[in-house]
Design a protein. Structure first.
Length: 292
């Protein structure tokens, strides 16, 4: 029974973290709503400490004059009373808070972007890739952003780099069997990255709006070799198309001659098919010859 429970917990953990187990983009909106709910703050706001209240009453005129402060649009403030969390203020304009033992820490709730510069990541086939991305986020929980992390922007950036390397290393750059790859599924992988990063930055109070892959390319040290490989694959596919078309043309020519009552011996048919294949499949202009 214990082994069964442990296995189920492991499978749940893997399915949440591994994009190869949890299909890309599946239940994306549901996950987004659940993560947004987890960002909501349920911590009570105790207000000023008892000492601050006593001092505020004892020094009433000074308290009234010195307790006002302003907040700009798209800005929130976390108020501490003698180093302990007191309240979060979200209303812009003039606000009042007991000045005694008070510390006000403001933070912007505007949308912000972080650009991850070109970073080397190894794909699932071991090929080094050059990746760059752009993250758009905003602070949704000011208390967490100010009190639970040292610097929310640096925290989001570091977690984004970790999520990028963790996810992209599980996919190939290109795929010939139709499986997900970085070249064709960049948008879906970006959505998965968005949810993965959101889980990592919940404690920082950040809401991830988008995680977009900006550039994906082979690293310079293997770019030439991979280009030759792509060219070889393209040439083979083109040859296969040409040969298939040439065979169809030759077969159609023999059938039409037969329909018009022109009978060819097996050797003549072989010569006709050979000549047609030579003309159609040749890279250069074919030089016809007439037997004497």
């Amino acid at each position: 029974f214990i082994t069964y429970i442990t296995t189920m917990q492991y499978q749940k953990l893997v399915s949440e973290e591994d994009p190869l187990v949890n299909p890309i983009g599946e239940n994306y909106e549901v996950e987004q709503q659940d993560l947004r709910r987890q960002l909501r703050d349920t911590v009570p706001e105790p207000g000023p400490s008892a000492l601050a209240t006593i001092l505020g009453i004892a020094c009433c005129p000074f308290t009234i004059l010195g307790s006002w402060y302003t907040l700009d649009q798209n800005e929130e403030a976390v108020v501490l009373s003698y180093g302990r969390y007191s309240e979060t203020v979200r209303e812009p304009g003039m606000n009042f808070s007991n000045m005694w033992g008070r510390s006000i820490r403001k933070i912007s709730t505007k949308q912000q972007s972080i650009e991850l510069p070109k970073t080397t990541v190894v794909d699932s086939n071991g090929n080094p890739l050059i990746i760059s991305a752009v993250i758009v986020y905003r602070i949704s929980n000011s208390r967490r952003a100010i009190l639970e992390v040292e610097n929310s922007r640096i925290f989001v950036r570091n977690q984004a780099e970790a999520a990028l390397k963790q996810t992209l290393s599980r996919f190939p750059y290109e795929s010939n069997d139709g499986s997900p790859c970085l070249k064709t599924e960049a948008e879906q992988i970006g959505r998965h990255l968005c949810n993965l990063l959101q889980r990592k930055v919940l404690q920082a109070g950040a809401l991830i709006d988008s995680f977009q892959l900006k550039e994906i390319s082979y690293a310079p040290e293997i770019a030439n070799g991979m280009l030759k490989r792509q060219q070889a694959i393209a040439i083979i596919e083109a040859r296969q198309t040409i040969v298939q078309g040439a065979v169809d043309i030759a077969a159609d020519a023999v059938d039409k001659l037969h329909d018009r009552g022109i009978e060819l011996s097996n050797s003549d048919q072989a010569k006709l098919v050979t000549n047609l294949l030579t003309v159609v499949c040749s890279d250069n202009d074919a030089q016809p010859t007439v037997p004497m």
